[in-house]
Design a protein around this ligand. Structure first.
Ligand code: NDP
Ligand code: MG
Ligand code: MG
Length: 328
């Protein structure tokens, strides 16, 4: 395991470089502002008429079209949604790529699965914060950062890693630590994490717990507090102090009940299904399914969004969060 901190990274390698951040959404906004505040030369590349153009301009960023930004940049850092990167790259970035330029990402998806094919005379790197853009910005302003990953897929100039690390330092990630990985490892673990544990796994666990209580006749509001609201408090404890710290802070009753029952919830069957989900990712089956879904105009995603918004826990939760001042 290789981990880089501020002292290991020399920002000087970017002194004469221009970084074009393409996109000004969750990551684009946070990373471009952090890097600019750290003294790096940053321009933001956006499509004209899009909603983020004005936002970036109002934040004092130097905004230009994606084509112009790609022309002036030495490093093109692509931070638009993964499913449109390939089309935008072909049309607005690739024609302006020059020998020795760097293509940079915060997720290995398009390079790893081959949706973006890059000429051999440029660098291909990744600097990826392990958290949402809002946290990247917030922790930076607080004088710290969140951890990040760095990877080099193609090193034409011989100093691709140094430049990627310097970008990470500019984003504040080296304050917490930047871990070395590969495009393959980052892509496959990121997809698995969001599907099985973070986004998919957690919501299904909350849903199942909530439904069990409500079906048994308990008040939905009480069920919501117990199975959803309190989850954050527990996760915060694990985040700060590990399982042991969490077990220490909850009651002995909770510790005994949790430890003695949990393997009946996540069973060997669940483990086997997790392995199948991972295999679908590794074999490219998930990526193909997602590409077809995008080509078709996202019919399945739209249907699943509708079903999700109709869930009782979502309706009750929204009302309750407002009543308790947790949501505006
Ligand atoms: P967003 O969805 O927030 O990106 C929005 C930006 O993309 C806007 O500036 C938008 O401009 C632009 N955009 C959208 N569609 C187009 C288009 N067709 N042509 C040109 N520009 C377009 O992306 P994220 O920040 O969530 O993700 C960016 C990258 O970061 C991805 O690779 C993702 O995997 C990675 N990542 C994301 C994390 C996260 O927490 N969100 C965490 C770690 C990595 P406009 O206003 O014009 O629509
Ligand atoms: Mg992801
Ligand atoms: Mg309790």
């Amino acid at each position: 395991m290789k981990i880089y901190y501020e002292k290991d990274v020399d920002a000087q390698v970017l002194a004469d470089k221009t970084i074009a951040v393409i996109g000004y959404g969750s990551q684009g906004m946070a990373q471009s502002r952090n890097m600019a505040d750290s003294g790096l030369n940053v321009v933001v590349g956006l499509r004209e008429g899009g909603s983020s153009w004005q936002a970036a301009h109002d934040d004092g960023m130097k905004v230009m079209t994606i084509e112009d930004a790609s022309k002036v940049a030495d490093i093109i850092h692509i931070l638009i949604p993964d499913e449109i990167q390939s089309a935008v790259f072909e049309q607005s970035i690739k024609p302006y790529l020059e020998e020795g330029n760097t293509l940079s990402f915060s997720h290995g998806y398009n390079i790893h699965f081959g949706y973006i094919k890059v000429p051999g005379n440029v660098n291909v790197t990744m600097i990826a914060p392990k958290g949402p853009g809002a946290m990247v910005r917030k922790t930076y302003l607080e004088g710290f950062g969140i951890p990040g990953l760095v990877a080099v897929e193609q090193d034409f100039t011989g100093n691709a890693r140094d430049m990627a690390l310097a970008m990470g330092k500019g984003c504040g990630l080296a304050r917490a630590g930047i871990l070395e990985t590969t495009f393959q490892e980052e892509t496959e673990t990121d997809l698995f994490g969001e599907q099985a544990v973070l986004c998919g796994g957690v919501t299904e666990l909350i849903k199942a717990g909530f439904k069990t209580l409500v079906d048994a006749g308990y008040q939905p509001e009480v069920a919501y507090f117990e199975t959803c609201h309190e989850l954050k408090l527990i996760v915060d404890l694990i985040y700060e102090k590990g399982f042991a710290g969490m077990w220490h802070d909850v009651s002995n009753t909770a510790e005994f009940g949790g430890l003695s029952r949990r393997s009946r919830i996540i069973t060997s069957e669940t483990q086997e299904e997790m392995a199948r989900i991972l295999k679908e990712i590794q074999e490219g089956k998930f990526a193909r399914e997602w590409a077809l879904e995008n080509q078709a105009g996202n019919p399945m995603l739209k249907r699943m969004r509708d079903i999700e918004s109709e869930l009782q826990i979502e309706k009750k939760g929204s009302k309750l969060r407002k009543l308790c001042g947790l949501e505006k």
